[in-house]
Design a protein around this ligand. Structure first.
Ligand SMILES: Nc1ncnc2c1ncn2[C@@H]1O[C@H](COP(=O)(O)OP(=O)(O)O)[C@@H](O)[C@H]1O
Ligand SMILES: [Mg+2]
Length: 442
């Protein structure tokens, strides 16, 4: 600020005083010491006034003019560039309280892109990755790094038997593993049957236990290896012959012999021994997706527990899992329990309201140490503001953000992020039609 008029000078002085007073700092004129005062503010490093006040480091740091958070750690992967100060955001999600993350943004903001980048870089650092892909968007990435890509659909070759027998993790009791597997199956069947009465719930539990018993598998079985798992149709026949079970058996017909049998009533044939595994559910009817994802998640969850390894599981567009209480609670139970198994779950969502409407939405967020918010629709801002305690500046940043820009929260740190890929990374993960066409023509 600069002026030649005395009036203006007074106004500027008032302004500066107001700024200071807002911080509870009271400026005093250096009466009869103007020359000393002037010399002291010149960049000469001289203090001719020698008027001091001792300050604790807390208040002192609050007036330090270059405050900005650095999220650069020794280890981890590059998430992006810190837009406050152009430092790199290098971070290891496994160093936090839990390794889960949530990604929220409107469609087209760069959610999948940011996560694909994280996948590529995590693979390079030795972490294995599993992806549930609702758009066939991760296929090129999987092919490039020689990962496995399974299409789950009514006609596809890749099938998973929901009745697959769980592998017992080291140090756990077969009986406990078996019981929790049955609970998960009940959850799945509730999704298939679109809700059941409490009586039916009890019948179902018994019927599943009997179905396994017919193959010689019970809670007392000490070793499951080599045993043949039942199929859904076996449960159907058990229900048929059980009092009060007939109605459920009929409702299951669709999944055993009817149109949906292709993916719910066949033995498992996918081999998930690979560092990157993608399950695509794009070609499934919307109604079937939560069921398919439940089956896939339950299957991989068993394998994850069986072999201890650093892993990330990505669930893209997870909001449609949140629409049904049974799939939502299953997702939440994974998010809550996965730390023990060295797993971090990434939940991607474009529809914030849907996600938070579910009683499991908020707990999933609070159980995720990393939160990435990219460009938002103005309508979502009030909900987000409440959920993430956003400041005014952060709110406008989110509305005005470009593709790949937003906020990155890790624990208590908030930074503005720009997600940047290298030329070669971009080639593998882009879904920009123009860039894809260019690649084809090369
Ligand atoms: N950080 C980024 N740098 C360059 N291009 C990006 C970036 N993020 C996204 N894109 C491009 O923007 C488009 C939308 O990104 P995408 O990740 O599919 O959005 P979302 O998953 O949020 O709907 C894609 O064409 C993608 O290639
Ligand atoms: Mg996407």
């Amino acid at each position: 600020m600069q002026t030649d008029s005395l009036d203006e000078l007074f106004k500027i002085e008032e302004k500066i005083n107001a700024i200071f007073e807002a911080q509870l700092i009271y400026a005093k004129p250096a009466v009869f010491q103007q020359i000393e005062g002037f010399t002291s503010v010149l960049p000469l490093g001289l203090d001719k006034l020698t008027t001091w006040t001792p300050l604790n480091s807390g208040p002192a740091s609050s007036i330090f003019p270059f405050v900005s958070t650095n999220l650069t750690s020794e280890e981890g992967i590059l998430y992006g560039v810190n837009r406050h100060n152009n430092t790199l955001i290098v971070f290891d999600r496994f160093s936090l309280e839990n390794a889960n993350s949530v990604v929220f943004a409107r469609s087209g903001a760069g959610k999948s892109y940011a996560v694909k980048l994280e996948i590529l870089r995590s693979l390079a650092m030795g972490t294995d990755v599993l992806v549930i892909d609702p758009e066939n968007e991760y296929e090129r990435l999987a092919n490039t790094v020689a990962g496995s890509f399974f299409k789950i659909s009514l006609t596809s070759e890749s099938t998973i038997n929901p009745f697959e027998i769980p592998i017992v993790p080291k140090g756990e009791e077969p009986a406990d593993v078996f019981k929790s597997h049955i609970l998960n199956l009940v959850g799945l069947l509730k999704l298939m049957l679109k809700g059941i009465t409490p009586e039916e719930d009890a019948i179902l539990d018994r019927a599943i236990t009997e179905t396994y018993a017919s193959r010689g598998i019970t809670a007392e079985t000490k070793d499951f290896t080599g045993l043949q798992p039942p199929l859904l149709e076996d449960l159907e026949s058990v229900l048929m012959n059980m009092e009060g079970g007939r109605n459920m058996a009929e409702r299951l017909y669709k999944f055993t012999k009817g149109t949906y049998a292709g993916f719910t009533n066949r033995p498992t044939n996918v081999d998930i021994k690979n560092r990157l595994i993608v399950f695509s559910v794009r070609d499934l009817e919307e109604e079937l997706r939560p069921i398919a994802v439940y089956i896939v998640l339950n299957f991989v969850w068993n394998l994850i527990r069986a072999e201890f390894k650093k892993r990330i599981m990505v669930i893209d567009e997870a909001w449609w899992l949140m629409k049904y209480p049974d799939s939502a609670s299953f997702l939440f139970s994974l998010v809550k329990r996965c730390r023990k198994y060295f797993l971090g779950v990434t939940t991607i969502t474009q529809n914030v309201e849907d996600f938070l409407e579910s009683p499991y939405g908020r707990p999933i967020i609070t159980n995720s140490s990393i939160q990435l918010l990219l460009k938002q629709a103005p309508a979502s801002i009030p909900t987000l503001e409440k959920t993430f305690a956003l400041s005014e500046a952060e709110k406008s940043l989110l509305v005005e953000a470009n593709v790949g820009e937003g906020l990155f929260f890790a624990g208590l740190n908030h930074v503005a992020i720009a997600v940047l890929a290298s030329y070669f990374e971009n080639k593998i993960i882009t879904t920009n039609p123009e860039e894809l066409l260019e690649q084809e023509n090369m």
